[in-house]
Write a protein that binds this ligand. Structure first.
Ligand SMILES: O=P(O)(O)OC[C@H]1O[C@](O)(CO)[C@@H](O)[C@@H]1O
Length: 684
């Protein structure tokens, strides 16, 4: 341990974790050292069949769909909202005109080649489709087409609210109307339940006017982020057929986009003409991979949370008497917590990924927090801010096992009250050790993907409670001689989720909306819209579409390399990369964060003038090198060819190969012919 604040990764058996990067120390232990009013959208009438224009959702339908009866009621926009409604997002040059060039790459496989056969079997109609790029046509471009037939598209908010979602709809609408004024865009009212029950609203300029660049999903509302039971899929298909839709756009995160892939496959199988497209919209920032750099809403949520955390830091240092335990939303992955930590620099940060990696028990976590509190007390500091991710609770090995047992009992339809008596003996012991409020929260009914409701489990309160008990114990035993430990707890989730979107999220969502329309106009099915080069200004973004199946994998029950993948292929949330630059930066600053109170004040989101460009994008996105682009890959491959010449030394070959390893991964997914060349260089 380095000055008591850093330590080597140790497994629960007390051994140094095999394969772990030796230098990886626990970061958390630093601890870290219009103006038009909304009346417009209430026009229309309820309908199930043609004429397919506007529809009004009756009170009864709203009740049946468990929808809020206030959805769609006129509301007054504040001055700031009115100004935001006038903001015009920028488009990259390829999306500016009426014509576009669609370029097809080679066929794709999947992000994890060991699962390719399983994905291919499960998705015979939609697996292996090519990556697609949208480019600005040349003057002489024969492929570029100015004439476009009208199309009919439906759009649904499937995933949880995320700032910027409304702009996806606006982007689809503008792109459709630019190509053909006769095209029709229908929004499903009440999210997926509106899709199943065929409740639509025709999107018009008027209806959109109060929702451009606004937060929330209240234009159409949302219900459950789930389209996967047979009844749900059939209901969705019957609605799309009834409405004679050419396309269906599904807005959401990993679960919604996995469902989109399933819908696309089923529709193709049943010769349903509707093509399905997914858009990565989620505050969690966990739908990221070789193709997708970030999700819509992540930027805003990180900015709002960072402001709140930094306010708490300043309050803490001013009074000098409380430890603040802050949990931020972000579901299973800790991208939001990592970004907010870099932006606001609290004293301690605990990411779920680092706990899972080192298999730290709850007791060990508490003991390390207490060590941090004691180290600060030695400097006469009796305040501090601890940041944790929402998914931390599931990352603690014994808590994970307990949650799994509860999940299985839930899936077997055991009533909530009977679950405790059916737990295994060791799980019962752990369950009984936990404070009553956590026990209650762990038993809550499951989330739509059959996992625990992470937002409802007050992990920050659990930690505060256990840390206080341990500090009191240390005091009694004479091991701690400072002031009495005192804590305040916060959960920052919904506060940020409903925020006005940042300029970045407004632009990103609007651009993705345009790309969705181009995917559908090209007749593609089972794709996700994505844009790359996001750290550059919008005019340098590249626009593309990736088959949803290319991002799928199948979970292995064991982590050993030979373990066979089991279960259904889905798009999994990507965890924080513990080898990545952003995490390395956090680790590097850990000890000074813990002891030196290097609080940072990023302030609120700036929309206008110079402030708007001070921090245009999150650090975690800025720090990544993305390769989801065929031109870039060609460029890399060219470099490999230049370095690796016949007869060159083994060292040169090895160096070239290691620097190209991530390229190899991308090539495997994107371009079989390119990849075929690489084994020539394989020295392993
Ligand atoms: O609105 P709900 O059901 O509380 O959803 C909470 C969940 O949704 C998210 O905000 C987005 O996926 C998660 O971070 C969180 O666990």
């Amino acid at each position: 341990m380095e000055s008591g604040v850093k330590f080597l990764l140790v497994s629960s058996e007390g051994q140094e974790t095999a394969g772990a990067p030796k230098s990886l120390t626990f970061f958390f232990f630093f601890f870290h050292c219009l103006p038009t009013k909304r009346a417009a959208r209430t026009q229309g009438e309820k309908k199930k069949t043609a004429p397919r224009t506007n529809c009004k959702v009756t009170r009864r339908a709203r009740r049946e769909m468990s929808m809020n009866a206030d959805l769609g009621k006129p509301r007054e926009l504040t001055g700031l909202q009115q100004r935001r409604a006038l903001y015009q997002p920028e488009l990259p040059p390829c999306l500016e005109g009426k014509a576009i060039r669609v370029e097809f790459g080679d066929s794709t496989t999947t992000i994890d080649p060991t699962c390719a056969n399983m994905v291919a079997q499960e998705f015979p109609n939609t697996f292996g489709q090519p990556l697609v790029h949208f480019l600005k046509p040349n003057k002489m471009d024969a492929q570029a087409n100015d004439e476009h037939p009208p199309i009919r598209v439906g759009v649904v908010f499937s995933g949880r609210q995320s700032p910027g979602g409304h702009n996806v709809i606006w982007g689809i609408y503008d792109a459709m109307k630019t190509q053909n004024l006769q095209s029709v865009l229908l929004g499903f009212i009440g999210g997926t339940e509106g899709l199943f029950a065929n409740q639509t609203l025709e999107i018009t300029d008027d209806a959109l006017s109060a929702y451009r660049n606004q937060g929330g999903f209240d234009f159409l509302g949302r219900t459950v982020d789930q389209i996967h039971t047979t009844e749900q899929v059939n209901a969705a298909m019957s609605t799309c057929c009834d409405l004679d839709l050419d396309g269906l756009v599904i807005i959401g995160g990993v679960t919604s986009n996995s469902d989109a892939a399933q819908l696309a496959e089923t529709f193709a199988n049943h010769n349903c003409k509707t093509k399905v497209v997914g858009v990565p919209v989620s505050l969690n920032g966990d739908l990221k991979n070789q193709f997708v750099e970030t999700t819509v809403g992540f930027d805003t949520v990180c900015k709002v949370n960072s402001q709140l955390i930094s306010n708490v830091c300043l309050d803490a240092i001013s009074a000098g008497k409380y430890y603040h335990f802050v949990r931020v939303m972000g579901w299973k992955a800790s991208h939001v917590a990592l970004e907010c930590a870099l932006q606001s620099q609290p004293n301690m940060v605990i990411l779920g990924e680092e706990v899972a990696f080192s298999k730290l028990t709850l007791k060990e976590i508490i003991s390390k927090i207490c060590d941090g509190v004691q180290a600060r007390a030695a400097q006469e500091k009796y305040h501090g801010v601890l940041l944790i991710s929402e998914g931390l609770i599931e990352s603690i090995p014994e808590m994970f096992a307990l949650i799994q047992e509860i999940n299985i009992l839930h899936s077997n339809k055991v009533p909530e009250n009977n679950i405790p008596s059916q737990l295994s003996p060791w799980a019962t012991a752990l369950y009984n050790y936990l404070p009553p409020f956590i026990r209650r929260e762990l038993l809550l009914h499951q989330d739509s993907d059959n996992s625990a409701q992470l937002s409802q489990i007050d992990t920050e309160q659990l930690l505060a409670h256990l840390v206080e008990a341990e500090m009191n114990k240390r005091m009694k035993e004479g091991k701690y001689v400072g002031r009495k430990f005192s804590s305040v707890c916060h959960f920052f989730g919904y506060q940020a989720r409903g925020s006005l979107p940042s300029n970045f999220d407004c632009d990103y969502a609007y651009v993705l909306g345009h790309i969705c329309m181009h995917i559908l106009a090209a007749g593609l099915n089972g794709y996700m819209a994505f844009a790359t080069n996001l750290k550059e200004p919008t005019n340098k973004w590249r626009c593309a579409a990736v088959p949803l199946t290319a991002m799928m994998s199948v979970k292995r029950h064991s982590r050993s390399p030979g373990a066979v993948p089991t279960g259904k292929p889905v798009i999994h949330p990507s965890p924080v990369d513990l080898q990545g630059k952003a995490y390395a930066l956090l680790r590097e600053k850990a000890s000074s964060f813990l002891l030196d109170d290097f609080y940072r004040t990023p302030g609120g989101i700036q929309f206008d003038e110079s402030g708007a460009n001070v921090k245009p994008i999150t650090l975690t996105v800025e720090d990544q090198d993305y390769l989801g682009d065929i031109e870039l890959l060609q460029d890399y491959l060219e470099k490999v060819r230049n370095i690796v010449k016949p007869g060159c030394s083994r060292e040169i070959l090895k160096a070239a190969i290691s620097s190209m390893s991530s390229v190899k991964d991308v090539l495997k997914v994107m371009s079989a012919p390119f990849y075929a060349e690489l084994p020539l260089f394989n020295l392993n």
